[in-house]
Structure formats: structure tokens, C-alpha cells
Design a protein around this ligand. Sequence first.
Ligand SMILES: Cc1cc2nc3c(=O)[nH]c(=O)nc-3n(C[C@H](O)[C@H](O)[C@H](O)COP(=O)(O)OP(=O)(O)OC[C@H]3O[C@@H](n4cnc5c(N)ncnc54)[C@H](O)[C@@H]3O)c2cc1C
Length: 318
Amino acid sequence: MERVITVSSSAPLRAVLLKAAGSPRLRSMAEHSALTRPVVRRFVAGDTLDDALAVAHDLAVDRYVSLDHLGENTLDRAGAFETTGAYLALLHRLAGEGLTDRVEVSVKLSALGQALPGDGPAVATDNAAKICAAAAEIGTTVTVDMEDHTTTDATLETVRALRRDWPATGAVLQAYLHRTEADCAALAGPGSRVRLCKGAYAEPASVAYQDRAAVDESYRRCLRLLMEGEGYPMVATHDPALIALAVRMGGELRAGRDFELQMLHGVRPSAQRELAADGHRLRVYLPYGSAWFPYFMRRLGERPANLAFFLRSFTTRG
Ligand SMILES: Cc1cc2nc3c(=O)[nH]c(=O)nc-3n(C[C@H](O)[C@H](O)[C@H](O)COP(=O)(O)OP(=O)(O)OC[C@H]3O[C@@H](n4cnc5c(N)ncnc54)[C@H](O)[C@@H]3O)c2cc1C
């Protein structure tokens, strides 16, 4: 197994990186710079659907994949419909290339119009329904990503609505939120697919644990609730201690009932291959598209050591 270097928590730097993720100026500068591409490519399959499918084919040899068309916080209707169209095109290609037994899709409701003034949540739900219908038709599933805490209730409401017609629609819960244990209990019913992650946004102390140890403790409690439940837990973490715990709990609590491990593309790839080779179902979250900046900045926020490589890419061509 590869050596994991744990970077000590750098909360102020992480806060700066997550704030920068929302800057339109930085975003435009970075997304238009050819110099950043090699560094970004570690986490993002590429700009086009062809790029994404090429990487998905490689990963699908020993792993499962959830493809994400990058984009978030759309503030115009046309953009939301365009993103929906991109997902429909993606699903069409997955079917054509025989990938539907290994590859599903992840969607962000803010890319489907959730933040539009007035009827945003309804627009996003309608758009997500089109994607769920197309996915079901070709025999795959959709997981609805979770974004910042101001959207949690609306997102879970949309997931509940989607599950009436497409019960396999996946939800995501974030262990850093105080509310998440209760949400895990509520979503641990039969057939409920739930991805549990730590959480990637800058959240205030009023709603989220700030301390890494408290987040990890919450993750362990939430994991137990999901593993004991009747649903399908999707354990999304790169944390070796939590992965070991999930594998142990899986053996003790889920005799014959499935669960899966999930990691992000580009993070601990050799651990991914080893877990898959050991017989674990391992799914890789694989984003693609040109709107990569906010996603990429969250990855830097998780491991500020990545920042040095990124900054160097602006100044060197090597
Ligand atoms: C499949 C998947 C889907 C996700 N979906 C969502 C979502 O919908 N909403 C949401 O808020 N968050 C999502 N996340 C992100 C998640 O919330 C965390 O921010 C992220 O996974 C880092 O937490 P960790 O559990 O890996 O633990 P950490 O304690 O952050 O990391 C553990 C170890 O993993 C390695 N590592 C972690 N991140 C990186 C990185 N970026 N670069 C290099 N090494 C790294 C390091 O070795 C680190 O020591 C998702 C994560 C995964 C794996």
C-alpha cells in the first residue's frame, strides 16, 4: 500500500482556498491558462466527453466509476438546460459504449438550476428527473452530490421526490454537519443508496464540526448507522483508518448485504487498485469538463500540499 502522508490541518489556508474557489476572476484566469492543465489533469479526466470516456474505460477494468460533468451554481436557465443536455448525451454514450454496468453519474443540483431565483429547486428537480429517467432506461443510476449547508434541505427534498419514481437515486451526506447522524438514520431504509463523505465546503461552527477529530468521530457514528441499516452504504473517503473500519464493519454487520468504497480520481490511485484487487467494490468519482476551478480548489483545500504543484504550474512550463 502507498505511504500516506497526513498533512496537519491547515484551517486558515483551507478557508482561503475555499473562498478563492468562488472568485470569478481567479476562475476565469485559471480555466483559460494552458499552463495549469497538467496539474488539473491529476483530478479531472479532461475537457471533453471523449476524454472522460477514455479514462472511464481504463478505470472500469478493475473499478466502478461515477462520472460528473463539471459545473455548479448556474444562475441562468439556459445554462441549467445545457447541463441537463450534457448529462443526456453522456448517458447515451455510456449505453453505446457498453459501460452502464460499471459507470453511473453524479449530478450537482446547483448546476441544474437549484440556485435560480423563485422556482430554482423545482427547475433542478425537473432537470434531475430527466437525467434519472434516461439513466434508468439504460440500466444505470444517478447520485445527487451534496453542496454547501444552505442547500441540504432542498437537495434532500429533491432526492426524496426523485426516489418516488427512481428508488435507486443516491443521496450524499456529509459527516461534518451536526445534522448528519439524524439524516443517516432517516435514510438508512431498504434500497436507499447513501454516499457518506466528510464534507468539502467551508461551513460555520453553528452547523458543522470544525475539528478534524470531531469530523472523524461523526463519520464513524454515521458509518455505523448506515452499515447497520437496510440501505446500500457508499463509503466515500481516502482516510485509511476509516476505510479499514468500513471493511471491518462490512464483515461484521452486513453478511451478504453489499456496500461499496468510493474515492476521487487522482487521489491514492494505488490504494484504489489494491482495494479492488482485494475484492472490494471500489468506485472512482471522475469529473470532466472545462468548468473545473471550484472542484479543483476544493481538492487543494483538502490537501494544501497540492497547492505548491499548482502554483508552480503558473510559473514554469516544465
Ligand atoms: C467519491 C467521493 C464523492 C464525494 N462527494 C462529495 C459531495 O457530494 N459533497 C461534498 O461535500 N464532498 C464530497 N466529497 C469530498 C469529501 O467530502 C472530502 O472533502 C474528501 O473526500 C476528503 O476527505 P477524506 O475523507 O478523504 O479525508 P481526509 O482526512 O481529508 O484525507 C485522508 C487522506 O486522504 C488523502 N487525501 C484526501 N484528499 C486529498 C486530495 N485532495 N489530494 C491528495 N490526497 C488527498 C490524504 O492522504 C489524506 O491524508 C466526495 C469524496 C469522494 C471520495
